[in-house]
Design a protein around this ligand. Structure first.
Ligand code: P6P
Length: 331
């Protein structure tokens, strides 16, 4: 069977589904090319002197890793000149990034977490890049923060690249979810996981148990039932995984099922994960794959953002499990 590369897949999507204007196709290919460069740096690690702290902090109050800054710069430099974008926003930048005046502006806004789970990088555990694409409001050529504050239901594309044993790009343009594996010999992303679906049966859950004392009662109840396993109301045993990178949690769920929760964790915030460039793109992917994603009470994709770096509680994965968690919150 001939290999379908990302470029061929996107052209065929453009032809068949008419979901993919040329400008958006070009944008996705550019993001994918940037992720290849990030993958190269991630894979070199200590050999390229890119591990460790950058000595700077971001608006999240987090110490930046060198690769956080490198990945952010790679995405900005790859995407600023192509003419697809009116602006960009990143976990690593306080304010939106204006396209430099010498470049043409386009119809889209690109938002990203350039290196999700970056605390894993120094211990050689998977990290990822998460991205989301919105339309820039009509007539806006100098987008402000307010222009990015669109509900996740308005995304036209979303995806992540997971830098794990394989480098994989997983993408939706609103027509299902497809996974591509980077062939380092040819430099192409090759379609290896067509039509990804969240398995209905859940055997695995992911949550950071160290925050348990902060969880609200519905989450205590839900996780308590999973921990009770075959001796409890669920009547079966569950496995637990927690990787410390949302891209890895979501990828595992797309491949072998399960549920991931990052609930309200006690600190004066609704949750840790960022709505615009973590929760929204992942919710779009998971819903496109037949799963569900809520903050415990409402669908992630329906939340109207109030800030560029707004945080939300997240429960995503197998639809049946998310519905149980949401029901417990409503009880
Ligand atoms: P904790 C990474 O920093 C991240 O934003 C997500 O990718 C990940 O799921 C979560 O935070 C991990 O947070 O508090 O469990 O280390």
């Amino acid at each position: 069977m001939s290999r379908i590369t990302l470029s061929r897949f996107l052209i065929e999507q453009q032809r068949s589904a008419n979901l993919l204007p040329a400008e958006l196709r070009f944008l996705i290919e550019t993001v994918a090319r940037a992720c290849k460069a990030i993958s190269h740096s991630v894979n070199k690690g200590a050999l390229a002197g890119v591990l460790g702290e950058a000595g700077t902090g971001n608006i999240q109050g987090e110490a930046q890793k060198k690769l956080d800054v490198i990945a952010n710069d790679v995405l900005l430099e790859a995407n600023e000149w192509g003419g697809s974008l009116a602006g960009m926003a990143s976990e690593e930048m306080d304010l939106p990034y204006a396209i430099p005046g010498q470049y043409p502006k386009g119809a889209y806004l690109l938002l990203f977490d350039p290196l999700d789970g970056s605390s894993n990088i120094d211990v050689n555990i998977s990290v990822g890049t998460i991205f989301s694409v919105l339309r820039c409001p009509d007539g806006v050529t100098e987008p402000t923060e307010a222009d990015f504050l669109q509900p996740g239901s308005r995304q036209v594309a979303a995806g992540y690249t997971l830098y794990g044993p394989q480098t994989m790009l997983v993408l939706t343009v609103g027509n299902g979810v497809n996974g591509f594996t980077l062939d380092r010999e040819t430099g192409s992303f090759v379609l290896t996981h067509p039509g990804m679906r969240v398995p209905a049966e859940t055997r695995e859950f992911a949550i950071n148990m160290s925050n348990q004392r902060h969880w609200e009662a519905p989450v205590q109840r839900y996780i308590g039932e999973l921990l009770a396993g075959s001796t409890g109301p669920r009547g079966k045993d569950y496995n637990m995984r927690c990787v410390g990178a949302m891209a890895a949690e979501v990828h595992r769920i797309l491949v072998r099922g399960g549920v991931f929760l990052y609930p309200k964790d006690g600190a004066e915030r609704p949750g840790k994960l960022r709505l615009l460039y973590e929760a929204n793109p992942m919710a779009f992917l998971v819903e496109q794959a037949g799963g569900a994603a809520t903050d415990g009470r409402e669908c992630i994709l329906d939340i109207v953002p109030t800030g560029l770096h707004q945080r939300v509680a997240v429960c995503l994965g197998a639809r049946e499990e998310v519905e149980i968690v949401t029901r417990y919150h409503a009880a």
